[in-house]
Design a protein around this ligand. Structure first.
Ligand code: ADP
Ligand code: ZN
Length: 659
């Protein structure tokens, strides 16, 4: 054996650099090794990467080799892949999972920290015939240990969760790890309880609200294989699973899976990539799958499993459209007498009602009755939203907030402000007036801020301490409350305004999800949609329940123009505190834009939020046919354009938001 000899290694750092830096090591370090290295005056943690080191430059030595399992090759390739696809720097992508603080030895061990190993000897429930068939198919795929994607499409309450739990069990039985992605992990109390009931232990949980100590323990437990199941938000994709066999993406259609800042990636799509690199099975679950996934299933790229009926003979709720032109609410109110009567009847039967409005706060607009002045955010092209509970006007796009002024800032009139339109707080106020005897619970992200409050809310509803729940999209998904039989949608038309590509699809998905909360047990469910456009195709789809027909219609509309999923989109968002400069750079980008067959450039145009957090924003959109390598095109495009330091150009591949 020869003595170790100094050698050069490349190290990728979790900072905004695309290239790995070269350092000197005392001996050869395998790729994936975690090291501490100098970066300028600091010491930072990085990962030995697979790139060839630079042999020409002078280098500094690696300070330390950390006692930590190497980051698996599949994760390293995943970081490279995501960076290339999203046109991000590799260091930024690495940082999605690896934070330097993760690796510092803890002063104290985490206290609230409690996951166990899932026990696969526990028996699952007796399955229905459909469920059994789906479970058999998933078991076969997961034990094949080959890459595959399966869409699990089942109506709300059909037992999708029970079914994929069996796939998790099969994965663990084959000695591999499983990952379940949820759109809003911080609020998924019921899910975690069900998991613990099925597997005898809580899973490892991963989301942005974890304390640093819990984060560190979890990261290490996954790396060492001690945690065999992780449940997490999108960034859980970047956990260092040494041996991943299954990724489940629950509610795969959810736009919450798209990260809208920093590295703009879609966790559903990247889950498929992660599974491919790990030769694992990816299961995409939804009662309302996205058109992207439906198309992939139709062309045979994905397998498809259907659960057409609710578990235990529960029927799907009946849905009706309430034409607000014929049944208007009283002046200054928002609940039609017809819906109010349905709520009353529900309470009389001892059942629960839920009123849904996807808008936080009291009123979305505050204006002066005297001069018409509207209270707007100074930093954003947005109105301030009144939050009565906080006695403030708040911008939902930046942190700006102010007390409701006593006089109008424009005309100095006293007490002249009027609240225009409803938010959930205002609906709660109306409900308390209309049903003084009812026990009311408001659920919105500013009132139910974390897992603790969510758990308490779920407990109160389950134990029938609540009659009427009023909530934003927070109440739409996942919940299972057997006594909840009426869902009233206050403004079913709300999501249709604005007209972006997926407005109709998204509205159908959200309203179908919220409707799916009704009548999940023996008592039949009823859904009332308050609408001014009962003839709209979105309402028709919800009434008939035939979502497949709706999606087929969507496909027909998008296919000819090569709109996603039949073509690709990349958005460039130019932003700068100086409006003229933002315009100038947006125009320069337009002049330098690529052209050719199958390529369209739309814009530049002011973004719908033309001012956001003090930056003026302009958008360009590249639309291309599917065979075009849009990443190379955009890279060259940006390289051809001089972009001053004050101007930021964000690149959003496969945009979901067009704001
Ligand atoms: P989905 O995820 O499709 O909305 P769930 O998995 O939440 O459906 O199932 C709805 C309810 O029915 C849950 O309370 C679940 O525990 C129950 N359930 C589903 N399948 C079974 C089964 N085979 N045996 C017992 N309970 C079941
Ligand atoms: Zn603002």
């Amino acid at each position: 054996m020869s003595a170790p000899s100094p050698t050069r290694v490349s190290v990728l750092l979790p900072f905004p650099f695309d290239t790995a830096f070269t350092y000197m090591a005392e001996e050869k370090l395998p790729p994936g090794t975690l090291v501490r290295v100098p970066l300028g005056p600091r010491m930072v943690v990085g990962v030995v990467w697979d790139d060839p080191p630079d042999i020409k430059i002078r280098t500094k030595p690696v300070a330390d080799v950390l006692a930590f399992p190497p980051l698996p090759e599949t994760l390293r390739r995943f970081v490279d892949w995501v960076a290339r696809y999203t046109l991000s720097k590799r260091g930024d992508v690495l940082a999605l999972g690896l934070k330097a603080s993760l690796l510092v030895e803890p002063k104290r061990r985490a206290k609230n920290f409690s996951f166990g190993r899932a026990d696969i000897s526990l028996a699952g429930p007796d399955l229905s015939v459909d469920q059994g068939a789906a479970v058999d198919a998933l078991r076969a795929s997961v034990t094949a240990q080959k890459f595959a994607v399966t869409l699990l499409d089942g109506v709300t309450g059909s037992g999708k969760t029970e079914v994929y739990f069996e796939a998790v069990a099969a994965c663990l039985a084959s000695g591999k790890q499983a990952l379940v992605l949820l759109p809003e992990i911080a609020l998924s109390v019921q899910f975690l309880q069900r998991f613990a009931a099925r597997f005898g232990a809580a899973p490892a949980v991963w989301h942005s609200e974890l304390t640093p100590a819990v984060r560190r323990e979890t990261f290490r437990a996954v790396a060492e294989g001690r945690a065999n199941v992780a449940v997490g938000a999108r960034s859980a994709l970047f956990l260092p699973f040494p041996d991943l066999g299954l990724i489940v993406v629950d509610e795969e259609h959810e736009s919450a899976f798209k990260q809208e800042d920093g590295v703009m990636y879609h966790a559903r799509d990247m889950a498929v990539v992660r599974a491919k690199l790990a030769s694992a099975l990816c299961v995409l679950c939804s009662a309302t799958p996205s058109l992207e996934t439906v198309e992939n299933a139709a062309t045979g790229r994905y397998a498809r499993l259907d659960l057409p009926a609710r578990h235990g003979g529960a029927s799907l709720p009946t849905v009706s459209a309430l034409d607000m032109r014929a049944n208007p609410p009283e002046r200054g109110k928002f609940i039609s007498p017809v819906l109010a009567e349905a709520v009353r009847a529900t309470m009389a039967r001892g059942e629960q009602a839920m009123l849904f409005l996807n808008r936080r706060g009291y009123a979305p607009l505050t204006l002066c009755r005297h001069c018409g002045h509207r209270m707007a955010c100074p930093n954003c092209a947005a109105w301030l939203v009144e939050h009565k509970s906080h006695k403030r006007l708040i911008c939902h796009h930046c942190d700006y907030g102010t007390l409701v002024p006593l006089t109008c800032p424009a005309c100095a009139a006293k007490d002249s402000f009027a609240a225009i339109g409803p938010g959930v707080e205002r609906i709660a106020e109306e409900v308390r007036e209309t049903f003084p005897e009812a026990r009311v619970l408001l659920m919105a992200s500013d009132v139910i801020a974390g897992p603790k409050q969510a758990a308490e809310a779920a407990r109160m509803i389950s134990e029938r301490e609540i009659d009427i729940i009023i909530g934003t999209q927070m109440v739409a998904k996942g919940w299972h409350f057997p006594a909840l039989t009426l869902v009233g949608v206050i403004d079913a038309d709300l999501g249709l305004a604005g007209g972006d590509l997926r407005a109709g699809e998204r509205t159908v998905q959200m309203l179908h999800q919220v409707a799916g909360r009704a009548g999940r047990a023996e008592a039949p469910g009823q859904v009332v949609l308050q609408t001014y456009a009962p003839e709209h195709p979105v309402m028709a789809a919800l009434l008939s329940g035939d979502l497949n027909a709706f999606m087929a219609q969507e496909a027909l509309q998008r296919r000819p123009g090569h709109w996603p999923p039949f073509g690709r989109l990349v958005a460039l968002i130019v932003s700068c505190p100086d409006e003229k400069l933002a315009d100038q750079i947006a125009r320069a980008l337009a002049r330098a834009a690529p052209h050719g067959t199958g390529i369209d450039i739309l814009g530049p145009a002011p973004a719908p939020f033309a001012l956001l957090r003090g930056r003026h924003r302009r958008r360009l959109l590249l639309k291309a046919t599917r065979t075009i390598d849009v990443q190379s095109l955009v890279k060259d495009w940006l390289a051809r354009t001089d972009i001053p330091r004050r101007v930021r150009v964000d690149v959003d591949v496969d945009p979901v938001s067009f704001m």
